[in-house]
Design a protein around this ligand. Structure first.
Ligand code: PXP
Length: 253
C-alpha cells in the first residue's frame, strides 16, 4: 500500500519577526502566505504568542479573510487564546507550550501533568469544529495521554532529532527511532500524525519516508533559505525533498 500524500504546512511567523524588527507593515506575512500557497504549500501555520512577538491579532484576521488554504492556528492553551480561536474558527488549532523567556517552542506539551487543562481546551475547540492537534514529545506516554485527551491529531516535536543531526551527534539515530516509534504508535491509536520543528531539506527528506506522517510544518529554515533563493524556490526544493523521501528517493509528485 502506498503512503498517503505528505502535506507541507508553511509557518510564516518569521516574516512577521522581520517586520516587527522595524515596526510598520513590511514584509507582510499575509503576502508571504499567498506566495507560499502559490508555490506549493498545502496550508499556512501562524503562532499567535501571548507576547505577540511576531504574528499579531490583525495578521490572523487577514489570513482568515484572504488565504485559500487551511490555517493552522498555533496557540497556547490559555483562556485568551481559546477565546480567540473560538471567535476566529481556523481550520486547525495546534496546542503548544509557551514560555515568555524561550526563543522558540522548547519541547512538547506536558500532556501528562497538564492533562485536564489541555483536555478542557481540546474539548471546547473540537466542539466548535476546529481540528485540534497537540504538539508533543515523540514518546509513547505522550501519545497515550493525547489519546485520553481526545486529540484527533498530534504533531511530533522533531527539534531534538534535528539538532542532533545538525551537530553530528551520536544521539541522532536514537532520536529518530523515538520519532519512528511514536509515529507507529499514533497510527495504532488512530491519531493523525504530523511532525515539525527544526526541519531542513535533509531532515524533511528522511522523515518523509515514515508513511504514518501526513503533514510537516516548517518555518524558520524555509524563511532563511528564502533570503538567498527566494520563497518560491525554497518551497519547491522542500517539496522535492519531501517527495523524494516519500517515494524512496524517486522524487515525482
Ligand atoms: N510546529 C510547531 C508546533 C512549532 O511550534 C514550530 C515553531 O513555531 C514549527 C512547527 C516550525 O518550526 P521551525 O520554524 O523550526 O521550522
Amino acid at each position: 500500500m502506498s503512503a498517503p500524500r505528505l502535506r507541507l504546512g508553511v509557518n510564516i511567523d518569521h516574516i512577521a519577526t522581520v517586520r516587527n524588527a522595524r515596526g510598520g507593515a513590511l514584509p507582510d506575512p499575509v503576502r508571504g502566505a499567498l506566495l507560499a500557497i502559490e508555490s506549493g504549500a498545502d496550508g499556512i501555520t501562524a503562532h499567535l504568542r501571548e507576547d505577540r512577538r511576531h504574528i499579531r491579532d490583525e495578521d490572523i484576521r487577514r489570513l482568515m479573510a484572504i488565504i485559500s488554504k487551511p490555517l493552522n492556528f498555533e496557540m497556547a492553551a490559555t483562556e485568551e487564546m481559546v477565546g480567540i480561536a473560538l471567535a476566529t474558527k481556523p481550520h486547525a488549532a495546534c496546542l503548544v507550550p509557551e514560555k515568555r523567556t524561550e526563543r522558540t517552542t522548547e519541547g512538547g506539551l506536558d500532556v501528562i501533568g497538564g492533562h485536564d487543562h489541555i483536555r478542557e481546551a481540546t474539548t471546547r475547540l473540537k466542539a466548535a469544529g476546529i481540528r485540534v492537534s497537540l504538539f508533543i514529545e515523540p514518546s509513547i506516554a505522550a501519545l497515550e495521554a493525547a489519546r485520553s485527551i481526545g486529540a484527533p491529531v498530534v504533531e511530533l516535536h522533531t527539534g531534538a532529532w534535528c539538532e542532533a543531526v545538525m551537530e553530528g551527534s551520536n544521539d541522532a539515530p536514537r532520536e529518530f527511532e523515538r520519532i519512528q516509534l511514536a509515529a507507529t504508535k499514533a497510527a495504532a491509536l488512530g491519531i493523525e500524525c504530523h511532525a515539525g520543528h527544526g526541519l531542513d531539506y535533509e531532515t524533511a527528506r528522511i522523515i518523509a519516508a515514515l508513511p504514518q506522517v501526513v503533514e510537516l510544518n516548517i518555518g524558520h529554515f524555509l524563511m532563511g533559505e528564502a533570503l538567498f533563493v527566494g520563497l518560491p524556490e525554497a518551497i519547491r526544493t522542500m517539496r522535492e525533498a519531501m517527495n523524494e523521501g516519500r517515494n524512496g528517493g524517486l522524487g515525482g509528485a
